[in-house]
Design a protein around this ligand. Structure first.
Ligand code: SF4
Length: 445
């Protein structure tokens, strides 16, 4: 049975030295018990205490580190089944497939990979890895292609082949020191996988759940620590079943043989269906998704799903509450007010940019809540808006004295005018109405 925080605390040095990054030994013990810290992080722990605690305190799911130092990805060590119970810790890595069969196409893919970036609510979203497939069936060509990708991008890689030796050659050759994930599609034995791990690859054990558990157990006996598991190329439902049941077995039943992050394939011939599969696997519970969603309209939904799922549900995503200039603003530019909830702010900002009418946007501190939520919670009211107007110094920057509030809080108009002394104009209810409003209704100074 897993130890409680107090069980762990009894064995700690109790020196509260803070060398583990936490203020007290008790705080550290609680983190270890929750699977969010390892005993290695306490440099003062005695060997005897460590030996006693090690087994019981090992997180139910292993942490796996993939890729070269500069672009390292950590996956696994998740602690809950449901995001609302706490949060998910390590975002799913998205690996885009590329073939080793055509060098020119591979170079073009590398170029496209580098350009596959989107900005959403202030964050840059991009794929993380290349999943190189050994279509050529040649170990030499596979190694050369791995070197090409590594030289061009220097990102973490998944290697996929039915030849263990080809995987080992690429991992120990051009990818030496970059900890690629190696997936052998030919159901290799535990001995072959252990040998593959010796080449520097992180082995991915694929197949039926019982078979996977047996091989992971055998690998652990051979001191292979960083392991991934996978249902292999399976139907959507079979993959979801594998991902869900292995997660439950690891986290709820502490079944260590399945306590490894999982890799799922979402690279079928129907690219739209594959993109939807990838979104489902991000939610439940893939550490890596191998995807063929190269087209922006198929890739963006996957990255957006990941962005949403891996935020902390207890911390609203927010921007700094302050005055923002969008475009070449002047003393005549409109002043719009919104909250500092990221989605609200960036919705307004992107519509202002699209309108090509330079504006100032005042993001009022509502602890990261949206306009209506903040209004209902009395955080976006005449007093808070008037106070933000005063403290941001916008008065000195404008010839006019007009402020535009969101249409959803039109009810604040009179009281805000009285509280602030500003002329209050009611803007559109939805951000999509900002462009037409600025062009057709805004009357300047
Ligand atoms: Fe306690 Fe060890 Fe952390 Fe120091 S490093 S505060 S002794 S747990």
């Amino acid at each position: 049975m897993a130890l409680t925080g107090l069980d762990i605390y009894k064995n700690l040095p109790k020196e509260n030295c803070k060398e583990c990054g936490l203020p007290t030994c008790l705080a550290f013990a609680m983190k270890v018990a929750a699977g969010q810290a390892g005993l290695d992080e306490c440099p003062r722990l005695t060997d005897d205490a460590r030996a006693g605690l090690d087994e019981a305190s090992t997180p139910p799911q292993r942490l796996v580190k993939i890729g070269p130092e500069a672009r390292r990805i950590e996956i696994g060590q998740e602690t809950v089944m449901f995001r609302h119970d706490e949060k998910f810790h390590h975002p799913t890595a998205v690996a885009l497939t590329a073939s080793d069969g055509d060098e020119a196409a591979l170079k073009a893919a590398c170029e496209q990979f580098g350009q596959s970036q989107f900005t959403r609510v202030g964050e840059v979203l991009q794929p993380d890895m290349i999943a190189l497939v050994n279509d050529s069936r040649s170990a030499d060509t596979f190694s050369a292609a791995a070197g090409t990708v590594n030289d061009a991008l220097g990102v973490a890689m998944v290697l996929i082949s039915d030849d263990v030796k080809a995987l080992a050659a690429a991992a120990s050759g051009p990818l030496a020191g970059t900890a690629p994930v190696a997936v052998c599609t030919a159901s290799p034995s535990a001995d072959e996988l252990a040998e593959l791990a010796g080449s520097g690859a992180i082995v991915c054990v694929a197949g039926e759940m019982a078979d996977v558990a047996e091989k992971v157990d055998a690998l652990a006996g051979k001191d292979v620590k960083e392991i991934m598991i996978s249902p292999g190329k399976a139907a959507t439902l079979d993959s979801l079943t594998f991902l869900t049941q292995t997660r439950r077995a690891a986290l709820l039943r502490k079944f260590r043989q399945l306590g490894c992050p999982a890799l799922a394939f979402a690279d079928g011939d129907d690219h739209v269906a594959a993109s939807l599969d990838a979104c489902a696997f991000v939610c439940k519970y893939a550490g890596i998704v191998v995807s063929n969603a190269w087209e922006p309209h198929l890739l963006l939904p996957i990255l957006t799903t990941r962005q949403n799922i891996f935020t902390d549900p207890q911390k609203p995503v927010q921007v700094e509450p302050k005055l923002y200039d969008v475009g070449e603003v002047t003393a005549k530019s409109p002043l719009l007010v919104t909250t500092n909830f990221s989605l609200s702010y960036y919705s307004v900002e992107s519509e202002v940019e699209a309108s090509r009418v330079p504006c100032r946007i005042l993001a009022v501190d509502t602890e990261g809540t949206s306009v209506l939520t903040a209004w209902a919670a009395d955080k976006f009211n005449p007093e808070t808006i008037a106070s933000a107007l005063k403290s941001c110094g916008v008065d000195d920057k404008l010839e006019h004295h007009k402020v535009v509030i969101p249409g959803h809080v039109a009810v604040l108009t009179a009281q805000l005018a009285e509280e602030s002394g500003w002329e209050v104009l009611v803007g559109p209810k939805e951000a999509s109405g900002i462009g037409p409003y600025l062009k057709n209704e805004w009357k300047g100074a």
